[in-house]
Ligand binder design. Structure first.
Ligand SMILES: NC(=O)c1ccc[n+]([C@@H]2O[C@H](COP(=O)([O-])OP(=O)(O)OC[C@H]3O[C@@H](n4cnc5c(N)ncnc54)[C@H](OP(=O)(O)O)[C@@H]3O)[C@@H](O)[C@H]2O)c1
Length: 211
């Protein structure tokens, strides 16, 4: 699959490396495609490409947004036309002062992105845990896979993203439409408070048991 990344830091870098190692055609769209942060990722995943953002997304079927939420306009507005008809995986979390919700829980960041990109299928995924779990998502002692909760309105886009989640070793859990994104963003805040403030291991994840 042709995949592009906007943002190649803790989250984007880890996911780009793993998806490239799975054989996908992955391009990092970077402000500086020759930056040391980019070449370091390319050294970890041969064949990982880098380009200016507009070029990176041009042929991509799936685009990951892994920049700070506050940068979303700056990053997405110039690409809005190019992103029409594509899948955008929203990895961002709007976080406000003292670990509050960054949009005062009035709406989710995902809803903001979807309103900005009405012709793009936005799927929120890879947000509910710290980046450490995207670097290394193996839980060898567990007999269930870690769950990755995701949501969005477009069923076909969610099947595609669910397939990537599965291939990366997670149990894909489709929790519903875009209206669920606010709940996922609160779940993220719960995880951040438990781990970053509460001192739990960053390799703390949820599992889904159903009967
Ligand atoms: N950290 C976590 O554990 C975690 C977990 C889940 C989700 N998230 C969410 O994922 C997103 C990325 O987090 P991160 O920890 O990966 O951040 P990070 O390590 O700081 O990386 C941020 C990336 O965004 C790019 N960027 C920043 N501002 C930009 C702008 N104005 N225009 C274009 N590119 C810009 C940076 O590119 P340059 O190198 O060019 O600056 C960098 O590649 C955030 O929304 C965060 O809330 C984070």
């Amino acid at each position: 699959m042709r995949i592009a990344f906007l943002g190649h830091g803790h989250v984007g870098g880890a996911l780009a490396v793993h998806l490239r190692r799975l054989g996908h055609d992955v391009t990092i769209g970077a402000r500086d495609a020759g930056a040391a942060t980019v070449t370091a990722l390319q050294a970890r995943a041969p064949g990982l490409r880098a380009a200016a953002p507009a070029e990176a997304v041009r042929d991509a079927e799936v685009v990951f947004l892994a920049t700070p939420f506050g940068a979303h306009r700056e990053v997405l507005e110039p690409l809005a036309e190019a992103l029409a008809g594509r899948i955008l995986v929203d990895c961002t979390n709007p976080v406000g002062p003292r670990l509050s919700h960054g949009l005062a829980s009035a709406q989710s960041g995902t809803e903001v992105l979807q309103a900005l990109l009405p012709r793009t299928a936005v799927v929120k995924a890879f947000t509910i845990y710290g980046y450490e779990n995207f670097e290394d998502h193996a839980f060898p002692a567990a007999n269930v896979r870690p769950a990755m909760l995701f949501c969005g309105d477009d069923a076909a886009a969610k099947r595609t993203v669910g397939g990537l989640i599965d291939a990366l070793g997670w149990e894909p859990v489709d929790v519903g439409g875009r209206e669920q994104a606010l709940a996922l963003e609160h779940l993220t805040l719960l995880w951040i408070r438990m781990v970053r403030m509460g001192g739990r291991s960053p390799h703390t994840v949820w599992a889904m048991l159903t009967r």
